[in-house]
Design a protein around this ligand. Structure first.
Ligand code: 3HC
Length: 318
C-alpha cells in the first residue's frame, strides 16, 4: 500500500474515533493501534488469570460455607474475565498459545497487585474492597473504549466486579463489627493493601508512556492519576464507615479542590514489583506454570473429544 493510501485510511480511522464509532476486528486500523491493544488487553487478561492465585489460596480456608461459595464464585468469575479478554485479543490476530507463552515465559506483564501475599482471611475482604474497587474504577470507563470486542467484554466484567467489591466490603464490615482482634485484622489488611492498590492504577501521568496516545485513540478514557484520585475520593469515606484508618498521615480533605490530598507513593517499590522483584512474583509464576502443566490432560481430553465428535459428524454427513 502506498504512503498516500495509508494516510487516507488513517484519516478515515481518526474521523471514526472522533465520532466515537467502535472499531471492529475486520476494520482497517493503524498497526500501532492494533499492537497497543494486544499489549493492554493481554496484560489485562493475564492479570485476571494470575489474580486467581492469591485468593484461590483461601478457598479451602474460608470461615463458613457461605464465604466459601462466594469466594469460589468470585475466583471462577476471574477465570471467565481472562477468557473473554483472551478472546477479544485473539480478534486482533494474535493466538491464544502465543499469549500463554508470553505469560508462562515471564515476558508478559500482569498487574503488580497480585504479587503481594494473602496472609489472613481479612485479606480476602481487603482485596475485594480495594483491589476490585480500584479495578471497577479503572474498568467502567473501558466499557466505552474504542475497540468493540474489548468494550463489550468489559460490560459483563464490570457487572461481576461490582459483586466482587461488595463481597469484599461485606467481609470487612463483618470483621470491623466483630471482636477487637477481628477489627485489628481488618486494619492490618488495610495497612498492607492500601498503597499497592494505589500503585495498581499505574505510574503517574508524567511517567506513563502510553497514556497520551491511548487517550487520543480512546483506548483509555481516563488517565492513571484521574483514576487514582477517584479511587481515593470514593474509598476514604468507606474506611471511615468501617471505622478503620487509611495508613497515610498526609491524607486530608481539600475544600478548595474538592478532593483528598494524599502522601507520596513509593514508586521504587512499584517498579521493583513490575520488574519481577515483588514479594510473590516468583511464586505466582511457578504456581501459574504448574497449573498449566498439570492441566495438560484436560486440554488433551477436550481435543480428543472434539476430534471424535468431528469424525462422527463427518460419518453422519456421508
Ligand atoms: N502492574 C504492572 N505493570 C504496570 C502497571 C501495574 N499496576 N501499571 C502500569 N504498568 C506497566 C504498563 O503495562 C507499561 O508497561 P509496557 O510498556 O511494558 O506495556 C508501563 O508500566 C507503563 O505504564 P502506562 O501507564 O504507560 O501503561 P498503560 O497506559 O497501559 O496504563 C493501566 C496501565 C492503567 C493498567 C492500563 O493498561 C489499563 O487500564 N489496563 C486495563 C485494566 C487492567 O489491566 N487492570 C489490571 C488489573 S485486572 C484486575 O484487577 C482483576 C480484578 O479481578 C481484580
Amino acid at each position: 500500500m502506498s504512503d498516500k493510501e495509508i494516510k487516507s485510511l488513517e484519516a478515515i480511522f481518526e474521523a471514526r474515533i472522533a465520532r466515537d464509532e467502535k472499531i471492529e476486528p475486520k476494520d482497517w486500523m493503524p498497526e500501532k493501534y492494533r499492537k497497543t491493544h494486544i499489549r493492554q488487553i493481554s496484560q489485562h487478561a493475564h492479570s485476571e488469570i494470575v489474580g486467581m492465585l492469591p485468593e484461590g489460596n483461601w478457598i479451602s480456608r474460608a470461615p463458613s460455607l457461605r464465604r466459601k461459595a462466594a469466594l469460589l464464585a468470585k475466583v471462577q468469575d476471574e477465570a471467565g474475565h481472562g477468557l473473554y479478554l483472551y478472546a477479544a485479543c485473539e480478534t486482533l490476530g494474535v493466538s491464544r498459545d502465543e499469549l500463554y507463552d508470553q505469560l508462562h515465559s515471564g515476558k508478559a506483564k500482569y498487574s503488580s497487585i497480585f504479587n503481594y501475599p494473602t496472609v489472613t482471611w481479612a485479606d480476602m475482604g481487603a482485596i475485594g474492597w480495594l483491589v476490585d474497587g480500584a479495578a471497577i474504577i479503572n474498568q467502567v470507563p473501558l466499557c466505552n473504549t474504542s475497540f468493540g470486542p474489548y468494550a463489550r467484554a468489559m460490560v459483563r466484567v464490570c457487572k461481576e466486579e461490582s459483586f466482587h467489591q461488595r463481597q469484599g466490603f461485606e467481609i470487612m464490615l463483618k470483621l470491623c463489627n466483630g471482636t477487637p482482634e477481628q477489627k485489628e485484622m481488618a486494619q492490618d489488611a488495610l495497612n498492607r493493601w492500601w498503597w499497592p492498590s494505589l500503585m495498581m492504577l499505574g505510574p503517574t501521568d508524567a511517567e506513563s508512556i502510553h497514556t497520551e496516545q491511548s487517550m487520543k485513540w480512546k483506548l483509555k478514557r481516563k488517565t492513571n492519576d484521574e483514576l487514582r484520585q477517584q479511587f481515593i475520593d470514593q474509598t476514604v469515606p468507606q474506611a471511615d464507615l468501617l471505622g478503620i484508618t487509611v495508613p497515610d498521615p498526609d491524607l486530608k480533605w481539600n475544600e478548595e479542590t474538592g478532593h483528598y490530598d494524599f502522601g507520596e507513593i513509593n514508586w521504587d517499590e512499584f517498579w521493583q514489583v513490575v520488574k519481577g522483584h515483588g514479594p510473590c512474583n516468583k511464586k505466582r509464576m511457578k504456581d501459574r506454570v504448574n497449573a498449566w502443566e498439570n492441566g495438560a490432560w484436560v486440554r488433551d481430553a477436550a481435543m480428543a473429544y472434539a476430534e471424535k465428535n468431528e469424525k462422527r459428524k463427518l460419518k453422519e454427513a456421508i
